[in-house]
Write a new protein. Structure first.
Length: 234
């Protein structure tokens, strides 16, 4: 049965804020595409686009992200719905934003479809962005830094084994500020005692200084602690 509506329908899009953690440069980055079509042709924007009638929201954002950048993100979380009336010059367009995080050295960028280019940009020095994408990035950055206070986000970006110094460095980059080493170790200690961070019995020799103990992340142990109401506080 066909239906008619008294009001015109808004269009729906999804956008992806993909943060990149550059460990070598010590920078937090954001994945952007250069728009190859109007509106905002030549401007930088978040990967995204219009939803198809036969796909759900997450399928849409993953498809658009892969089509425009070649990137597939293991974990994406819905951020917020942005629906300011004049946010898109093409008409009434509402977007549902998602965010995730990757290591840029572990992905291969490939711009395609309506993206002329794809690149990671320094999160603290982004170029002017199309639409309301600057607001979306700001909201995602706030969510990321809030989540760091109770979820092991930093551990998702490390290799299978790591030192506590490397873990501290990840959090310093993500938070955009240096960490107090003594306070950081104090907050991490309960995770070691609970078996979330497990000593491997091995060490890594840095270019300078003494060898450092290597740890691994026990996902199952963390899930048990999380079910008990524990937070991964740093």
């Amino acid at each position: 049965m066909a239906y008619t509506y008294d009001f015109p329908k808004a269009d729906l899009t999804t956008d992806a804020v993909v943060f990149g953690l550059d460990l070598d440069a010590g920078r937090l980055q954001v994945l952007l595409v250069e728009r190859g079509v109007d509106p905002f042709r030549g401007a930088w924007a978040l990967p995204g686009g219009f939803i198809r009638q036969d796909e759900d929201l997450e399928a849409c954002v993953r498809r658009e992200l892969h089509e425009e950048t070649g990137v597939e993100v293991a974990w994406l979380e819905q951020l917020y719905t942005f629906g300011a009336v004049a946010r898109d010059p093409r008409g009434r367009v509402v977007t549902v934003a998602y965010w995730g995080i990757v290591r840029p050295d572990q992905v291969r960028l490939r711009a395609a479809t309506d993206a002329a280019a794809a690149a990671f940009h320094d999160a603290e020095a982004l170029p002017p962005l199309a639409f309301d994408h600057a607001d979306i990035v700001a909201s995602a950055l706030q969510r990321l830094r809030g989540k760091l206070r109770w979820q092991p986000v930093g551990l998702w970006l490390l290799d299978e084994v790591f030192t506590l110094v490397e873990l501290e460095r990840v959090y310093a980059i993500l938070l955009g500020q240096p960490m107090d080493r003594g306070n950081f170790r104090k907050k991490i200690r309960p995770q070691v005692e609970a078996g979330v961070l497990v000593p491997t019995g091995q060490q890594r020799k840095p270019p300078a200084g003494r060898p450092a103990a290597l740890y691994r992340f026990d996902e199952a142990a963390w899930q048990r602690r999380e079910a008990e109401g524990a937070a991964f506080e740093v």
